[in-house]
Design a protein around this ligand. Structure first.
Ligand SMILES: Cc1ncc(COP(=O)(O)O)c(C=O)c1O
Length: 464
């Protein structure tokens, strides 16, 4: 449904609640300003209602979690049924039955589907923890502590995950407590080429995938050099970068990484926490590239709205973990929480249906075409896969225009649109809506975005 705005945005109740957060929440968490945020009361499908009764249209699926729609009965009904039976069990001692069912389903939907043997799972409470479980697994399996990661990468904010994070904003304040086992290498980006060749490629008319060879040769050489110089146990990569600005690498990138990892005996870890479960138009993004990882990290849409994530690895690799002698080496109080497991089981079944994948692909095609129809000198690039799309905003000389993205988020909210900015400079409008987003809703979005792009830049740019 289209938005319905009844009060000033934020409304009076949202403002009151913002006051409580200002007083009682650690101040780095929520961006509080005169026109941000709204507080959510309920949500259904593509819509969110705030505490003041305004109805919004959500183009984020709340951080790409609700691909199946907000409060989807697909996951809500199993959650409610499970809640009536069992809220919590003893995850690593006397687990809930659904934990075993989920581990089996995760194997079936990943390594077994890829004809790559059985998968074994470590369940976690957040994406960041799933990444850290993968890093620990790699150390146990290889005996080598080094980890290659990429610029622009976002793997979560726990210290282990942060060590492999490529966004300086999150790392810098904590640099003194980070380790020295991570090696950062450039992620290939056609629009902002780390080797400064974007313009050259554009002029020569080189486009994906022809352009892939020049930058990939250089990245491949850097990967090899890192492996030669450091004890590298694994390489962690997002098949398509999310928080880094919806960056799709050249097709051969993952194929090259797979080849090098095979040759050099390094584990390949895919972080599909954002891209997983049809977000990019395939069940997993690695399937666009026909590359199978050794370990895959999953979260977000895995449950459609419960803090549960998973590190799933090929059984022979996961068996590097010792057999439990009664004291788990890596666990947590809420491991395998039955509510999350019940939701994940239902979500996996729904995402595995061809109709779900086709719905996601169709929504992505329509949204991308609509975004490509926007006209503004401030649009540098429109990119992405499936319903994971980014519009990069630039100043006249091409530098990132983060203020414009922020202004569009605020103006969009007043028009009833929930939008997010991303990318290292916050200048990429990031879209990841529920798959059921309609044509009418997309048309509403682009009409409002076009209005913002026509009006806001001149207010933000210095006048000559
Ligand atoms: C690719 C990727 N990995 C890991 C994470 C961290 O997940 P969480 O926020 O659940 O810790 C995110 C979160 O946005 C992500 O996008």
């Amino acid at each position: 449904m289209l938005p319905e705005i009844r009060t000033a945005i934020p409304g009076p109740r949202s403002r009151e609640l913002a006051g409580k957060l200002a007083k009682f929440e650690a101040r780095e968490v929520t961006w509080l300003s005169a026109d941000f945020p709204i507080f959510w009361e309920r949500a259904e499908g593509t819509n969110v209602w705030d505490v003041d009764g305004n109805r919004f249209l959500d183009f984020t699926a709340a951080f790409a979690v609700s691909g199946l729609g907000h409060s989807s009965p697909v996951v809500r009904d199993p959650l409610l049924a499970q809640a009536g039976r069992l809220l919590h069990a003893m995850g690593d001692v006397h687990p809930a039955g659904v934990k075993a069912e989920l581990c089996e389903a995760l194997s079936a939907v990943t390594f077994e589907r890829w004809n790559a043997g059985t998968g074994k799972t470590l369940l976690c409470n957040s994406g960041s923890e799933a990444v850290e479980a993968a890093l620990k697994t790699a150390l146990l399996h290889s005996g080598k502590p080094g980890v290659i990661y990429f610029s622009g990468a976002y793997h979560g904010l726990g210290y282990g995950a942060l060590e492999t994070g490529g966004l300086p904003y999150f790392r810098e304040p904590f640099r003194a407590q980070l380790g020295s086992w991570g090696v950062q290498l450039p992620y290939p980006s056609c629009y902002r080429c780390p080797f400064g060749r974007s313009e050259e490629c554009r002029l020569e008319g080189e486009t994906f995938p022809q352009c892939s060879s020049s930058c990939l040769e250089e990245i491949g050489a850097q990967v090899l050099a890192a492996i030669r110089q450091r004890e590298i146990g694994c390489l962690i990569v997002e098949p398509i970068q999310g928080r880094g600005g919806e960056v799709v690498p050249p097709k051969d990138f993952l194929i090259m990484l797979r080849r090098i990892c095979n040759e050099e005996d390094v584990l390949l870890v895919f972080d599909e926490i954002y891209t997983g479960f049809n977000r990019t138009g395939k069940l997993f993004a690695c399937e666009h590239f026909d590359v199978i990882p050794d370990i895959i990290c999953l979260g977000k849409a895995l449950t459609g709205g419960f803090p549960l994530a998973a590190c799933v690895g090929r059984a022979d690799i996961m068996d590097a973990w010792p057999v439990s002698q009664g004291e788990a080496l890596h666990t947590s109080t809420m491991l395998g929480n039955p509510l999350g497991c019940a939701m994940a089981l239902a979500a996996i079944a729904e995402h595995s249906k061809m109709e779900t994948q086709m719905q996601a692909q169709e929504a992505g095609r329509r949204l991308k075409a609509a975004l490509r129809g926007l006209r503004s000198p401030q649009i540098g690039d429109v990119r992405g896969a499936g319903t994971m799309l980014g519009v990069e905003l630039v100043k006249p000389e091409g530098s990132p225009f983060g203020q414009l993205a922020a202004a569009i988020m605020v103006r969009g909210l007043q028009e009833g649109l929930i939008l997010l900015g991303g990318g290292p400079a916050g200048n990429v409008l990031s879209f990841s809506p529920p798959f059921a987003i309609s044509e009418e809703e997309i048309l509403y979005l682009v009409a409002k975005l076009q209005g913002c792009l026509d009006e806001l830049p001149e207010k933000l740019l210095p006048q000559e």
